[in-house]
Design a protein around this ligand. Structure first.
Ligand code: MLT
Length: 306
């Protein structure tokens, strides 16, 4: 089978695929180049950071299988996938733990002022008595969107001794009972926003979630709360977030995902001291990517046998 790999995945997986398939690697390539390189490919593998448009997929009349080596589908033309009856397979499970751990990295980084502490120490400043942190234990963790990843964040918060409030669209009674058993209270979005000391955003980006967290929502959040976003950049209105952070309506924010992502992009939020920014690395642990890579190899192998 000829496969186009449009984003870096585990090197081990690429090596395994190469052993029995023709593999074309095309990382960081523009649409026109992807459209050219996909010619003759039956399978396409991608992560976030690349737009898989209809124009790209049209480049191969042999394309049958689209593998999302991760969770989000916001960078894929789903309507085209359906229209052409392509098989779409996601690998959403393995990334959840890594993203959840990263949510805690950002929450801890904000609550213990790690960026400031590190910066001062590098200048020779021993600011031990200026850097007053806050515990996570005993605080309210608001999980906005308790899907696969959000629920994992909530469970970890409960284990850390946090009071966990979460909102999710239309939970089944079984799912609601499962949350309760895990120490997660299902609540309205309004209560999650207004009671959280740490607010963690976990909703996919689609037409209904663009700027879901904007000025009116941020106005409900406590002024001493921290917000972390590991979902998608467009879910949080970054201009509204900037205003909230600079007017004292929010204590700090940690963003792993951004409205504009990619080499050379510098968010206006980078001007602010109470912000931690990372380049969409929530699911990027070696362990996680190895597991995702193994699944990709399995999926391609199974498709080859069909
Ligand atoms: C995902 O949706 O799985 C994450 O954004 C990780 C990624 O693909 O980079």
């Amino acid at each position: 089978m000829k496969i186009l790999i449009a984003s870096p995945i585990s090197p081990r997986a690429i090596e395994e695929l190469r052993a029995s398939h023709e593999v074309v690697e095309a990382f960081g390539k523009p649409e026109a180049e992807l459209r050219r390189l996909i010619a003759g490919c039956e399978a396409l593998v991608f992560r976030s950071g690349v737009q898989i448009t209809s124009a790209v997929m049209e480049g191969s009349s042999d394309l049958k299988l689209v593998v999302r080596a991760g969770s989000g589908l916001d960078n894929l033309d789903l309507a085209y996938v359906e229209e052409r009856s392509l098989t779409l397979v996601r690998v959403p499970g393995p990334g959840a733990r890594a993203v959840a751990e990263m949510a805690f990295a950002l929450m801890l980084g904000l609550s213990r002022q790690l960026r400031r502490a590190d910066g001062l120490l590098r200048q020779g400043r021993w600011a031990k008595h200026e850097l007053h942190g806050r515990l996570l234990e005993g605080k309210t963790l608001g999980v906005y969107g308790a899907g696969n990843i959000g629920a994992q964040v909530g469970r970890m918060g409960a284990v850390w001794g946090m009071r966990v409030l979460a909102c999710v669209a239309q939970p089944s009674p079984e799912r609601a009972a499962g949350f309760h058993g895990d120490g997660i209270e299902l609540e309205s979005a309004e209560r999650v926003l207004s009671e959280a000391d740490f607010l963690s955003i976990h909703v996919p980006l689609n037409e209904s979630t663009v700027h879901l967290i904007g000025s009116p929502e941020l106005d409900r959040v406590k002024p001493d709360a921290f917000l972390v976003n590991l979902a998608r950049g467009g879910v949080v209105d970054e201009n509204a977030l900037y205003d909230a952070l600079t007017s004292g309506r929010l204590a700090g924010a940690g963003l792993d995902v951004h409205e504009r992502e990619g080499e050379g992009e510098i968010s206006r939020l980078a001007e602010l001291p109470n912000v931690l920014l990372t380049p969409h690395i929530g699911a990027t642990t070696v362990d996680t990517q190895d597991v995702i890579g193994e699944k990709v190899v399995e999926i391609i192998g199974a498709a080859g046998r069909d």
